[in-house]
Design a protein around this ligand. Structure first.
Ligand code: TXA
Ligand code: MG
Length: 343
């Protein structure tokens, strides 16, 4: 019962699909659409009942606020009490693009969008389908990633379909997304802006525009204490338990061999450099260590690839935390149930 508007190349057909999708949004239904980061699950951000459908479809805890997507600055001005100069600078530099700005809300958005907070996250996506849908719908769209809560975010329409078929009104298929990880979230309500979630726009990118950027201490903490025994991670989780290996390639190979000796069926997610050294199946290559943008693009697809029935454990290597590597490792740390480091 979920409508799937197939990826089409004929602009007339695209127009038709977008009109249908926009009409459903105006009827307070929820519709998934592509952005440059991941697929989003959209609803009219000014209608509480519509937004409620997002939380229900995803099984999302109601205390987790949603990002509001806009087609232009005017829509931002309608949602926030003010736009500080540094936020304007960031919009000039990075919009449309994978950067979400947290600003003070003026209360126009439905209350459940912000989960009762006085602030609101807004972003202008860099994707033609998303921007056209926003314009035709004529409303700002609240849109979290279009996955069931806890699962890896969807980077194809098929991922959305797997998670949400029968639970949402429709899916606009725009092909695979480009960035592959969610937007960077930056809090602009403080004097020095704070990165709340690393993403497609890196700290290094932001530092070229802003005199000073901070990182939420909670993020750094997670990095510093990689072993949290018994802790259950419920984000970005693949079907089988993910073990994150941090060490040299030989260390990775020893872990893999040991698991095989123990009779475990192991799936591997590795860079080309590591994959070239092994003769193991099943294995998913996510690109070169020196091309972290490519790793980001492929990561969620890789996490979804291994089915519970096929492997007991997924072993994944760690990546350098430079540039978009910070976002990759943030997601992997949350997806992993176990982290193994060389001592
Ligand atoms: O790339 C993206 O950002 C994707 C696409 C669809 O645009 N969306 C996305 O939404 O990742 P979601 O809901 O999965 O993640 C939203 C993140 C959450 O970590 C949430 O806590 C944070 O943004 N967030 C939203 N509003 C906030 C606010 N007012 N204050 C602090 N954090 C906020
Ligand atoms: Mg999400």
């Amino acid at each position: 019962e979920t409508l799937l508007w197939k990826k089409v190349n004929d602009p007339a057909e695209i127009d038709g699909s977008i009109k249908e999708a926009a009409a459903l949004l105006q009827e307070k239904q929820v519709v998934a659409f592509p952005t440059e980061t991941v697929y989003g699950l959209g609803a009219d951000a000014t209608e509480e009942e519509a937004v409620q459908r997002i939380f229900e479809a995803k099984g999302r805890p109601s205390d987790n606020p949603l990002i509001v997507h806009v087609a232009d600055r005017r829509q931002v001005e309608e949602l926030v009490s003010e736009i500080p100069p540094m936020a304007r600078q960031l919009m000039d530099q990075f919009w449309p693009g994978p950067l979400t700005l947290v600003l003070n809300s003026n209360g126009t958005a439905a209350e459940n969008v912000t989960a009762g907070l006085s602030t609101i996250g807004v972003r202008m996506p860099d994707h033609p389908l998303a921007l056209t849908l926003l314009r035709v719908a004529g409303k700002p769209l609240a849109a979290p990633s279009a996955n069931r809560s806890g699962r890896p975010s969807p980077t194809t329409a098929d991922h959305v379909y797997q998670d949400l078929d029968g639970r949402i009104a429709g899916i606009l298929d725009g092909g695979p997304t480009g960035v592959g990880l969610e937007s960077t979230v930056i809090d602009c309500t403080t004097e020095v802006p704070i990165i709340l979630r690393p993403g497609g726009i890196t700290k290094e990118d932001l530092e070229e525009v802003l005199p000073q950027v901070m990182i939420d201490p909670a993020l750094a903490n997670e990095k510093e204490k990689p072993k949290s025994p018994g802790m259950k991670y419920t984000h970005y989780a693949p079907e089988s338990p993910l073990w994150l290996i941090d060490g040299k390639d030989e260390f990775f190979m020893r872990q893999l061999d040991q698991l095989k000796v123990d009779g475990k069926r192991v799936g591997v997610i590795a860079s080309d450099e590591l994959a070239d050294q092994m003769d193991h199946q099943p294995l998913i290559r996510c690109g070169s260590r020196t091309q972290l943008r490519q790793v980001a693009e492929r990561l969620y697809g890789a996490l979804r690839e291994f089915k519970k029935s096929d492997v007991d454990v997924i072993l994944c290597e760690s990546f350098p935390e430079k540039g978009v590597g910070a976002a990759i490792m943030n997601r992997l740390n949350k997806a992993a149930v176990k982290k193994i480091q060389t001592c």
